[in-house]
Design a binder for this molecule. Structure first.
Ligand code: C5P
Length: 283
């Protein structure tokens, strides 16, 4: 049986700026994205049976799973005859966490299908298929450090950011992305990251400037979650993080460290209080 296993890396937002609501209901964003070593493992195997069977730990493997939607989108867009597929996902990235876990699985599924069925398919075509599955999927196909614009699908690959250790800490609840966007529309946002400064910091490899420009507009429009998110941020900063912010629509908060021992100490300090704490690094 032909099969491929690929890592599906989580992402964080070094910056997230909301430019405005569009006629199609989506929002124009400007985000500097960074992949981290926390990852799911996605195995795609060609099978003799019909249809797509997806196992994804506690998460349903039905049509709501972005990996299944990605497989269907791949067959539809490439004209490859749909064949039997088994998609097995070893899940480590928390769901509804702002780390694009579902999108990462979808992107890994697309890359695995290309390897198994259509190795000549260019990256750009794969990212375009991903855009129909979800706004973060094209970035997850690309990975690394990148500027994402438009809905999130317009990508500019960037020089790799300087190497940071990352402590990720997710409180025990999820956040609804559409609800946060709705609140941003109602109230407007006052946090506006300096994306240009972040791009310069990445381009010149200036770790201090990178830390100084970490910012996420969504922190402005948190509802009931606000106190819990800001409490983690304050603890990370007290635990010597050089920068800390929520990623995506949250609620996960990340802290950046150049000092590995400090990162480990922060991880050890937070873990007893937050079961979903991870010690990772930029990839
Ligand atoms: O594209 P995706 O399905 O991941 O988006 C989930 C939801 O997030 C959308 O239905 C929309 O409400 C919101 N969204 C948005 N603008 C974006 C990305 C997502 O309003 N750029």
């Amino acid at each position: 049986m032909k099969r491929v296993t690929l890592p599906a890396y989580a992402k964080l937002n070094l910056t997230l700026d909301i430019l405005g609501r569009r006629a199609d209901g989506y929002h124009d964003l400007r985000m500097v994205m960074q992949a981290v070593s926390l990852h799911d493992d996605v195995t795609v195997a060609l099978t003799e049976e019909d249809g797509v069977v997806c196992r994804c730990g506690e998460i349903p493997g039905d049509e709501s799973n972005l990996a299944v939607r990605a497989a269907r989108a791949f067959f539809a867009a490439t004209g490859t005859p749909p064949c039997g597929l088994a998609v097995d996902i070893v899940k480590r990235i928390p769901a509804q966490a702002g780390m694009a876990g579902g999108s990462a699985d979808a992107a890994a599924t697309l890359r695995a299908l290309r390897e198994l069925l259509l190795p000549t398919l260019p990256d750009e075509a794969l990212r375009e298929i991903g855009a129909a599955v979800g706004s973060d999927v094209p970035y997850c196909v690309l990975g690394g450090t990148a500027l994402a614009e438009g809905r999130g699908e317009r990508l500019t690959p960037l020089r790799s950011a300087p190497p940071f250790r990352v402590v990720l800490c997710k409180p025990d609840f999820g956040v609804s992305t559409p609800a946060l966007f709705a609140r941003a529309d109602e109230r407007g946002v006052t946090i506006r990251p300096d994306t240009e400064a972040m791009l310069r910091a990445v381009e010149t490899g200036d770790a201090a400037a990178l830390c100084a420009n970490v910012a996420n507009a969504f922190e402005d429009v948190l509802g009931d979650e606000r106190d819990a998110v800001l409490a983690i941020k304050a603890r990370l900063l007290a635990l010597r993080a050089e920068a800390a912010a929520m990623t995506g629509s949250g609620p996960t908060v990340f802290g950046l460290y150049r000092d590995e021992a400090a990162a480990r100490a922060a991880y050890e300090a937070l873990r007893p209080d937050y079961a979903q704490t991870f010690l990772t690094r930029f990839v």
